[in-house]
Design a protein around this ligand. Structure first.
Ligand SMILES: [Mg+2]
Length: 427
């Protein structure tokens, strides 16, 4: 079994911790430069203020409706996120962070106590951190996502919903009602294609003909079907991207205490994340770097994280990398052995031309710089696409670094790597 722990209205909850007068009040958190709403408390949702609403439309309502607007405080959110992860790791050895405010907790071997344990998770995290969470557990990640949704939306459940069996009557009833596009990883576009073939609900997908599914859709859909039936088969590496963020992280083959190793790992993940970001035509507004250690000297801090808002939404690897390296230096502790590092790009927005300053003299300089950066990034992506990942990269390449995956038994990359191309000899 697996549990998904999700912080409720995470940014708004962080704002409340140190300002208790905000409990029960509508709160909106604003994007970079206070442009638009990127996070809402339930009270703000109830006022029908939409996600992404421009701040200037909300300002006139602030006094009348008692709304509190806050600029985003990524340093606070990043630190609170690390604290939540730390509490989870203290309660369970097997925690995988999925996004800034969500983590999967492996419950294998504790099926019998799963309900009590999930209740413990839901009670302990808010007691230790002040952040309320919802916990959903089920035999697979996809079903745990659904259980989590019910834990959050149905008040009678007290923030916990556990389905020990994939054939649970209540779960089946819910699957019949759940629109197919709302399943984890399916989404609107794929949902439309499934609907054309008569698959409209989660139950329809669960019971669809597997051969037909494999023939007409990707392997992800086939796996999602198995997950809906209760067979876990989605690993976190292949899991759908969390909403409005991109995450790249990996465990090291052996732990390391070298800042240079960590920097190389962050550089590697950062470049992958930025390539993904540009591939989907988005800009990021904040960067979160996380490291993990089992070391005693980490004093129970299983995770450490630091997040920073970018001065302007961007897709420029140089800028994001620079921010990430600065953050890493801030959280790095000499003498601690780390075994995982990663980066998250947060609060993505669709690509748009760079906002220019007000002064005309500034505008032309910024425009020229922005244009050059954009061309550089395009060239970088094209080269790496054509010649193989990381053919052109920032910084010095590190071969066989400790933070790389163990691949002692990998066969040569015959078709994608020039140095490993098969050699033919004429005798
Ligand atoms: Mg959440």
């Amino acid at each position: 079994m697996i549990a998904l722990v999700d912080c409720n209205n995470f940014y708004a909850s962080c704002e409340r911790i140190f300002e208790p007068a905000l409990y029960g009040k509508p709160i909106g958190v604003l994007s970079n430069n206070d442009g638009c709403i990127i996070a809402r408390s339930n009270e703000l949702k109830a006022l029908n203020i939409e996600m992404g609403a421009p701040a200037f439309q909300v300002y006139p309502l602030v006094k009348r409706l008692g709304i509190t607007l806050r600029s985003s405080n990524y340093a606070l959110y990043g630190d609170m996120s690390a604290r939540v992860m730390q509490v989870l790791t203290e309660l369970s050895p097997s925690v995988e962070r999925y996004s800034i405010d969500e983590a999967f907790v492996d419950l294998s071997g504790m099926e019998e106590q799963s309900i009590a344990f999930c209740q413990q998770l839901a009670a302990t995290v808010p007691r230790y951190t002040g952040i309320p969470v919802s916990v959903g557990a089920a035999p697979s990640k996809t079903l745990a996502k659904i259980a989590n949704h019910l834990a959050k939306k149905q008040p009678g459940r007290n923030s916990v919903c556990v389905f020990q069996e994939a054939d649970d009557v209540e779960l089946l009833q819910w699957l019949k009602k759940l629109p197919v596009e709302e399943i984890w990883g399916i989404g609107k576009r794929l949902g439309q294609k499934l609907r054309l073939r008569g698959i409209e609900t989660a139950m329809d997908l669960r019971e669809a003909n597997p051969q037909q599914l494999k023939k007409n859709f990707s392997v992800l859909v086939a796996r999602t079907q198995m997950e809906l039936q209760g067979t876990p088969c989605i690993h976190l590496d292949e899991a759908p991207e969390p909403k409005q963020s991109i995450m790249c992280s990996r465990s090291f083959s052996t732990s390391t205490n070298s800042l240079n190793d960590l920097k190389a790992a962050i550089r590697f993940h950062c470049q992958n994340a930025c390539e993904k970001l540009r591939g989907q035509n988005s800009l990021t507004q904040a960067v979160l770097v996380t490291v993990r250690s089992r070391s005693e000297r980490f004093k129970g801090r299983a995770y450490d994280a630091s997040a920073i808002a970018l001065p302007q939404a961007t897709d420029d690897t140089q800028q994001i990398l620079h921010t990430a390296q600065t953050q890493l230096e801030a959280i790095y502790q000499p003498g601690v052995r780390y075994h995982k590092a990663g980066i998250m790009l947060l609060d993505l927005i669709p690509w748009r031309p760079m906002q220019l300053g007000l002064l005309e003299s500034e505008q032309s300089a910024l425009k020229e710089k922005g244009g050059k950066t954009q061309k550089l990034m395009q060239t970088l992506d094209q080269l790496n696409h054509k010649m193989g990942r990381h053919t052109v990269a920032f910084g010095l390449p590190v071969e066989d670094a400790r933070w790389q995956m163990k691949m002692a038994h990998r066969s040569p990359r015959y078709t994608t790597c020039w140095s490993e191309i098969p050699k033919a000899k004429a005798c």
